[in-house]
Design a protein around this ligand. Sequence first.
Ligand code: FAD
Ligand code: DLZ
Ligand code: SF4
Length: 512
Amino acid sequence: MTTLRLILGDQLSHDIAALKGCDKDNDIILMVEVWDEATYVHHHKKKIAFLFSAMRHFAAELQDKGYSVHYTKLDDEKNTGSFRGEIERAIKAYKPDEIIVTFPGEYRVLQDMIKWESAFEIPVDIREDNRFLCTPEKFEQWAQGRKSLRMEFFYRDMRRDYNILMDGDKPEGGEWNYDSENRKPPKEGLLVPPTYTAQIDDITREVIDLVATRFGNHFGDLEPFYFAVTRDQALHALDKFITERLQKFGDYQDAMVEGEPWMFHAHISFYLNCGLLKPLECIQKAQDAYKKGKAPLNATEGFIRQIMGWREYIRGIYWMKMPDYAQENFLEAKRKLPNFFWGAPTHMNCLKQCIKETKENAYAHHIQRLMVLGNFALIAGIDPKYVNEWYLIVYADAYEWVELPNVSGMILYADGGYLASKPYAASGAYINKMSDYCKGCKYSVTKKNGPQACPFNYLYWDFFLRNEDQLSNNPRIGMGYRTLAKMDDDKITAIKSDAQRFFKAIENNEIV
Ligand code: FAD
Ligand code: DLZ
Ligand code: SF4
């Protein structure tokens, strides 16, 4: 009996479900680089190079372990360019009795997979993805009967279930969440350790050349390339975070500094999401550092909450709410994405820096994604479909299961508050407090109106004015509407006219 076992580009784990029970003498492992996956959105060049190199290294590791791997490279002459086409070719070549796959990370791929059994007339076993800490079924049970969901309660249950940072049945230190200690602005002369940098080997070099030739028109810088592409390297990157950055992760979690793209974050999302790292090992390493007195509780809890709480919660919402979630647009936002998101010039220094770093690294840290880029997309009323496409393209860690709820739910409030209790709208004052971007900006963050004023200031109020019907009855933003009610007519007129001038300028592709 021969089984064809398909491993996708974001399933690079040696204990992935599709490999369980593999008969090395008879079974074939199929891995394919396909044009369709690299171009259904035009992924960042660095993201494609990262994934193809990690796939090739993973295939070589499997071969070393004695598996028979059929690997299709992108430029193989007979490559059909799609999962379906490649499976069809493998069926002809190996005549398998069964196909085994692991549950994919995107709804569109699952819809295709579900049809393979009838299309190929071979049993297809789609196995649960064993790399997550909460199954979609368990999440749905947790969510059932709750009117609105809150990550915090889900996270507490996960801490209890996995006995992480627990002191008996109480949270370690007495609190579940130490976020109030995690909002320090950056101070002058903060020394940020460099991020992990891998050496380029022959496999990665070949992939970089391939991506340069075949995907030259995609957004983003291909080189310098420094991502880990094997599990060993990814484990080094994780250890480097635990020993060099975790200490300050909490304190400076929300801080942004010009020229410091990495700050004290972990830079492991790309490795976690493609399977090179496992969530529980990251959590346990952080917990061990805390127990040995090498990391404070606010940092350890904050880091663990991101992985055990947010990451699992986001995935639960995705699978529970798809396919409708992708169409949500509660605020009826319709504007196109301004050209500066693709690198055209802008005078807004915060956006310029975050987009420049995104282009260079296929990475921006959470607060840049949320409070600069996302905040702008929200208050400028950009259509969720364009914002989702952008985030899915530009970040090396982006797959729809994690990108879509973060964008539509967390930043755009497109789901009407299902995921987040209020829109994360902020004026320039927040960006000025948490970063040094405003120092180098053409606009004045203290000016509220007029051509010199920081656009975030008037767009913020214009956002609340535009969306009064949908938002004014939300108790968590009542304060904003009470402030608006006290503004005189001249102030309201100035806000609206500044916003109109700004929108007109971006529509005309003027530099704003
Ligand atoms: P750290 O800040 O060091 O956090 C540690 C880990 O926690 C991350 O590696 C990640 O696995 C997890 N994590 C933290 N926050 C979240 C979150 N909100 N959702 C899911 N996991 C989280 N993350 C992605 O992995 N892929 C995406 O496509 C993605 N898109 C995002 C879009 C927007 C608009 C926002 C606001 C956030 C998005 N995030 C996404 C979440 C978060 O920004 C990234 O996980 C994080 O910046 C990755 O960098 P890091 O590894 O240094 O994370
Ligand atoms: C993102 C991506 C890219 C760029 N290329 C491939 C590929 O050639 N082969 C592959 O198996 N996977 C690729 N991926 C990851 C898939 O898009 C991902 O597995 C699906 O989106 C499901 O999560
Ligand atoms: Fe951004 Fe406004 Fe500060 Fe300029 S002044 S960097 S636009 S927040």
